[in-house]
Design a protein. Structure first.
Length: 279
């Protein structure tokens, strides 16, 4: 029950963070958003490990957290880039296809795939394909929706993050999340120095940007801790239900509307993830 509760916290945190990132990625450079939000996440973890007072474990499993920072950095960059050019209601559900990687990894390491999980994977892929298509009114034909390719990159990065952080959690969940977030920032700095984005942020944007980083860090910690309590595949699929939160917020606050086929695709993608979880 604790693992499910933690996975739901991760789901809620990632869902709200994704929605906020979708709004802020359209008014500032993606790298700037990543830099400041990740700094907030690192600050949160520095306070957490300081208050806890437990020294860094000398466990080689923590090296997986460094890899988690690398794939997480790439995944979030793709995610925010997709949100900057595409609809939240499209990019977020497609990124949730990341759930397939930990499920397949679990199969490789001996976990048995429930029939519902197999059905869920098929449904999720079908939903992702439907969501990815939109009508080009000028040419009266279907075309790939904006933000789909970055969203697929995000799905790959997030899926890899789920897998490696499960391995890193064996050392210590809090330190694993801390090392991951810190290495995330280190991997991000070269891109910032190379691209030289504008680092000036209006003070009115700072609360949302810092909230994004704190929520993302909270989700990572909740997920990493949950993997020590139950199977990675179960925790990953529950955590991956975050699109429902983001899509609902986008519908009620931003009034985003999808075409019939795309709406059906979003529903299928979320139902697919739910079926995998139910399995």
């Amino acid at each position: 029950m604790l693992a499910v509760s933690l996975a739901l916290i991760a789901c809620l945190s990632w869902g709200i963070s994704g929605f906020l990132a979708g709004t802020k990625s359209r008014v500032m450079p993606v790298l700037t958003l990543l830099l400041f939000s990740s700094m907030a996440g690192v600050g949160m973890f520095l306070i957490s490990v300081g208050v806890r007072g437990v020294q860094l474990p000398r466990d080689p499993s923590l090296l997986y957290a460094v890899l988690g920072g690398a794939v997480g950095c790439g995944g979030l960059y793709c995610f925010y880039r997709g949100l900057a050019v595409g609809s939240i209601s499209i990019v977020v559900p497609v990124s949730a296809l990341c759930v397939m990687l930990p499920v397949l990894t679990g199969l490789v390491f001996g976990e048995v795939l429930h029939p519902l999980q197999g059905l869920g994977m098929v449904v999720a892929v079908g939903g992702g394909v439907m969501v990815s298509l939109e009508k080009n009114t000028a040419a009266s034909k279907k075309r790939i929706a904006a933000g789909i390719l970055p969203a697929l990159g995000a799905a790959l990065g997030f899926g890899a993050f789920f897998v490696v952080m499960d391995l890193a959690a064996a050392a210590d969940p809090l330190w694993a999340a801390m090392v991951s977030r810190s290495s995330f920032l280190l991997f991000l700095l070269p891109a910032v120095l190379l691209k030289r984005p504008c680092l000036k942020i209006k003070t009115t944007h700072l609360p949302a940007v810092f909230t994004i980083g704190i929520l993302d860090g909270t989700a990572a910690l909740a997920y990493t801790t949950a993997t020590t309590k139950d199977l990675m595949s179960l925790v990953a699929v529950i955590s991956s239900l975050y699109p429902a939160v983001s899509v609902i917020l986008a519908a009620f606050i931003l009034k985003e509307r999808l075409r019939g086929l795309q709406f059906f695709g979003v529903v299928l993608a979320i139902v697919g993830v739910a079926l995998i979880s139910a399995g």
